[in-house]
Design a protein around this ligand. Structure first.
Ligand SMILES: NC(=O)c1ccc[n+]([C@@H]2O[C@H](COP(=O)([O-])OP(=O)(O)OC[C@H]3O[C@@H](n4cnc5c(N)ncnc54)[C@H](OP(=O)(O)O)[C@@H]3O)[C@@H](O)[C@H]2O)c1
Length: 266
């Protein structure tokens, strides 16, 4: 199987690239750095930026020139910003949507003509449980992931009857470079920022949960599992506790959900 994976230089993408290559797949691992964590046979590093359509088109054209086909794309590149709705600039909010949502869209659009010609292809988006569960000060990250979930589900419907399948993986907390790469909205200081105390307490909790979270290999295994299935699931939430969170969120009235999360986070 020939796979294009974005965000292959670190964390979930790096682990997935390793596992897929070990399983005999050929993985073109794209990122801005264009590096791989574990150089090995079966992983080809590709320099690309999901915000740059030309670099994606070039990567896909290169794969087709070499391999003659593309079997799957894993849209995994992403980042997070942290900050209150009131003070987050439009520029920062757009930065969040740019990579997680539009970057995924651009990646999919670069691959779809090939999948259509082949009448086959697998599209996996790496979203987040935060696409269905919002947390304070990560509202824009949640919005970007919710939009990406909607994109994946809507696309699956549009591709009905073709040989092209879509699936979204919804990880919970994973210990990766995501925590260190997080950006912060520029906020006023002192009494001008009434959110400061809550922001600091929540950030500590969030960082602790991420750094003590799942190993990225667990998400890589979920990706590999879907690539091996004849028919991919529409959504996969790895690990039973995060599955339970996802189910609770679906069953609870929104007011109860907001009250519950507000009692856990400041
Ligand atoms: N860690 C978590 O707790 C968690 C939970 C749920 C979902 N996720 C999602 O999982 C995905 C992978 O994140 P991770 O946790 O593995 O974080 P990570 O270790 O920071 O990896 C992020 C990857 O995305 C790449 N990337 C970022 N911007 C890019 C761009 N514009 N173009 C191409 N590549 C880009 C980075 O490479 P370069 O910097 O070299 O470009 C890196 O390889 C993200 O979509 C994230 O939202 C993470």
């Amino acid at each position: 199987m020939i796979v294009l994976l974005t965000g292959g230089s670190s964390g979930i993408g790096a682990a997935a690239a390793r596992l897929l290559a070990e399983a005999g797949m050929k993985v073109y691992a794209g990122s801005r750095r264009g590096t791989v964590e574990t150089p090995m046979e079966g992983i080809v590093p590709v320099k690309l930026d999901v915000n740059d359509k030309d670099s994606l088109d070039k990567a896909v054209a290169g794969i087709i020139a070499t391999e003659g086909r593309l079997d799957a794309v894993i849209c995994n590149a992403g980042n997070g910003i942290y900050g209150p709705v009131e003070f987050t600039s439009e520029e920062d909010a757009r930065y969040q949507m740019e990579t997680c949502f539009f970057g995924t869209l651009k990646t999919i659009q670069a691959c779809l003509p090939v999948f259509r010609r082949q009448n086959s292809g697998r599209i996996i988006t790496v979203t987040s449980v935060m696409g269905v569960l919002q947390l304070p000060f990560q509202t824009f990250y949640s919005a970007a992931k919710a939009a990406t979930l909607a994109l994946t589900d809507g696309l699956a419907m549009e591709l009905k009857g073709t040989g092209i399948q879509c699936c979204s993986i919804l990880p919970g907390d994973v210990s990766t470079g995501f925590t260190a790469a997080r950006r912060f909205s520029a906020c006023p200081e002192g009494a001008d920022n009434p959110y400061r105390a809550a922001m600091d307490v929540n950030l500590k909790k969030i960082e602790k949960d991420e750094l003590s979270g799942m190993q990225p290999e667990l998400i890589g295994k979920a990706i590999l599992g879907q690539l091996r299935r004849r028919r991919m699931a529409a959504r996969v939430t790895p690990r039973i506790d995060y599955k339970a969170v996802g189910l609770a969120v679906r069953l609870l009235p929104t007011r109860a959900k907001i009250d519950l999360i507000s009692s856990i986070y400041q």
